[in-house]
Design a protein around this ligand. Structure first.
Ligand code: HPA
Length: 237
């Protein structure tokens, strides 16, 4: 069995998927966090691995960047591989004063001005919620591990906001300033999950901030990303 973009067999993919944007991060997670990890997709180098974490079967599958890319992979995984839950684990920017670099943010839902939903279903939805059940599990894990986790709304943008001529003009597109994170995929994932009656949420590490201009060392970045990966994995066992 294969789909247009995935070469895996049905039994190669676990019902729960962790989804980083970067294929090499999928490889990193498989090599450093999973036992018996096996490469199950390399079409377009969009690497997927399936292994176990503390005995639980889990797949790590990259999404690529942007709504069109995550839209394809989440659709095919839910629809053709019976995936039930996807946790996106990515990076984001922020223009919220309460959010600092390297904070880990859990998305309550994503606001988006994309045409994705219009083209797919002829509806125009601005905001879509993530899965309460997955969020509850992740917040519980954070509490047990005494890890600080920020929970709130995300902006999903079709452009990398840092490339806009005016950050202020960019922010003027959105209804309020109560967004914790800005990134480019969550809405696509949440939309597809909702459409197909499955679960999805999104954990992010903040790597750009309007209010915190420190430059990050690769060690700090890696530590925070590892923290987030572990939190996602602990939440699914
Ligand atoms: N904007 C959008 N996506 C991102 C950012 C950002 O600042 N940082 C990481 N992904």
């Amino acid at each position: 069995m294969a789909t247009a973009h995935i070469e895996s067999n049905l039994e190669d993919i676990a019902p729960i998927v962790l989804m980083p944007g970067d294929p090499l991060r999928a490889k990193y997670i498989a090599e450093n966090f999973l036992e018996d990890a096996k490469l199950i997709n390399k079409v377009r180098n969009m690497f997927g691995y399936t292994g176990t974490y503390k005995g639980k079967k889990v797949t790590v599958f990259a999404s690529g960047m942007g709504i069109p890319s995550i839209g394809i992979y989440s659709y095919e995984l839910y629809k053709f591989y019976n995936v039930q839950k996807i946790i996106r684990i990515g990076t984001c920017g922020s223009f919220n004063k309460d959010i600092k670099l390297l904070d880990v943010v859990l998305s309550s839902g994503a606001y988006c001005k994309s045409y994705f939903d219009v083209l797919l279903d002829g509806v125009d939805i601005d905001f879509i919620q993530s899965s309460d059940e997955l969020n509850r599990k992740i917040m519980n894990t954070a509490k047990i591990r005494n890890v600080s986790l920020k929970y709130g709304k995300t902006i999903t943008s079709d452009v990398f906001d840092l490339y806009c001529d005016s950050e202020e003009k960019f922010r003027g597109n959105f209804p309020d300033m109560n967004f914790l994170s800005v990134e480019m995929e969550a809405f696509g994932l949440f939309y597809i999950a909702n459409k197909l009656g499955r679960e999805a949420t999104c954990l992010m590490t903040v790597v750009d901030s309007l209010y915190d201009k420190r430059s990050l060392s690769s060690e700090d970045r890696e530590k925070s990303l590892n923290n987030m990966i572990e939190m996602a994995l602990e939440s699914i066992i």
